[in-house]
Design a binder for this molecule. Structure first.
Ligand SMILES: Cc1ncc(COP(=O)(O)O)c(C=O)c1O
Length: 377
């Protein structure tokens, strides 16, 4: 049976599959466990808010201009207006995606439309490579240590045919961040015909006073695209919505690869409410900070190494192979993310949940580490 041309078949087989966090229902189905804690996909355990849920109920109910039977506003004009107000931007500096992952795909499609390569640091979000390859581009992973984002290494990895560079700041899964100086150097020293995508999915978890927001360089570099998502601090992962900020001329080009109606009406409506909720954001940031501090302390007591201190997750290194630790934790009802596929064979990534969820995590992992002779208690 011939499914696709030999050439397409060979190219597609080379593209790694994205492995998402294991859903709770799947673990229930497979292991028959009643109580499961999911700390695998960097979701926000504190939301969404009642105001967001009320807006969703109203949208489902419908009105003369909004309802499940009507197509959504294709370009998300009203949500873009709300984001522009909140972030001090013009509406034409914003584009929406079905999750920020879709904007990563749009950026790759647009930048690599005539071929070429994309660069991203090693140990970064898997979609950078997948989006590059599905757009027909060559993916160059630059050698970076898991403990540092190295601007020189990124710049050195750039080739003559490079058309786009992806940087997660903070980086997922390592939780490390490029400071203002490093970011400035990348913005200024990267060849000016290369699209620079700074993915700020976890930016809102950092102190707004000190976070080096790439948005500050939009005037300086017209081919800069800054990404945000509603999946993390805004707690709307199920609705799939994110936004990109860039020069209006750059976004006009991305428009050409955007699917019509790419973001749905419920997501747009919920995000309009969420973007205004400063208090929920501040609460989530504070709780996340507390959770990270508590996690660090526990990790030290368990003699586990922790990498990075940014984002709503921690990368934990133990003596056990990640796949083994992941399975043992699963059997104990805790879902984390094993990181061997990211070149981190002994690391699992743990999302910062509610205190009781973190207690469940440590209660599950302690006997596993002790039995393996690598705990300390
Ligand atoms: C660094 C980074 N960027 C982007 C995303 C995608 O988020 P979404 O597509 O849900 O907006 C994620 C999700 O985990 C991420 O970790």
């Amino acid at each position: 049976m011939t499914l696709l041309s030999n050439q397409a078949f060979d190219i597609l087989r080379q593209i790694p599959l994205y492995v998402p966090g294991k859903p709770i229902q799947e673990v229930q189905r497979e292991l028959g466990l009643a109580s499961i804690v999911k700390l695998a996909s960097n979701e926000n355990p504190w939301g969404p808010t009642e105001a967001v849920k009320a807006r969703l109920r109203k949208a489902v109910e419908g009105s003369s201009d909004e309802g499940l039977g009507l197509y959504p506003v294709s370009d998300g004009y009203y949500l873009r207006t709300a984001i522009a107000r909140r972030r001090g931007l013009n509406v034409d500096q914003l584009i929406l995606g079905n999750g920020s992952s879709e904007i990563i795909e749009m950026a790759a499609k647009a930048a690599l439309v005539g071929g070429g390569s994309a660069v991203a640091p090693k140990h970064a979000f898997a979609i950078y490579g997948i989006a590059t390859q599905t757009a027909g581009g060559r993916f160059i992973e630059c050698p970076c240590s898991p403990t540092e984002l190295d601007v020189d290494a990124i710049l050195a990895a750039v080739q003559a045919d490079t058309r786009v560079v992806f940087l997660g700041n903070p980086n997922n899964p390592t939780g490390v961040m490029l400071g203002r100086e490093g970011l400035e150097r990348l913005v200024r020293d990267l060849r000016d015909d290369i699209l620079l995508v700074v993915d700020q999915a976890y930016a809102e978890y950092e102190d707004p006073e000190t976070y080096p927001d790439a948005k500050a360089y939009l005037e300086e570099r017209s081919n800069l695209l800054v990404l945000h998502t509603f999946s993390k601090i805004h707690a709307l992962a199920a609705l799939r919505i994110g936004y990109g900020i860039g020069h209006h001329k750059l976004l006009a080009l991305l428009e050409r690869v955007r699917s019509p109606f790419n973001t749905n009406m419920l997501a747009q409506a919920a995000a309009e409410v969420a973007i205004e909720d400063y208090a929920f954001e501040a609460m989530s940031r504070a709780r996340n900070h507390e959770a990270r501090q508590a996690f660090l302390k526990e990790a030290q007591e368990h003699r586990c190494q922790v990498t990075g201190m940014a984002g709503n997750f921690m990368l934990l290194e133990s003596m056990l192979p990640a796949a083994e630790l992941f399975k043992d934790l699963l059997r104990a009802g805790v879902i984390v993310r094993p990181m061997q596929g990211y070149g981190l064979p002994n690391h699992v990534r743990v999302t910062m949940g509610k205190p009781e969820e973190m207690d469940a995590f440590w209660a599950a992992i302690t006997p596993i580490l002790d039995n393996a002779g690598c705990g300390c208690r």
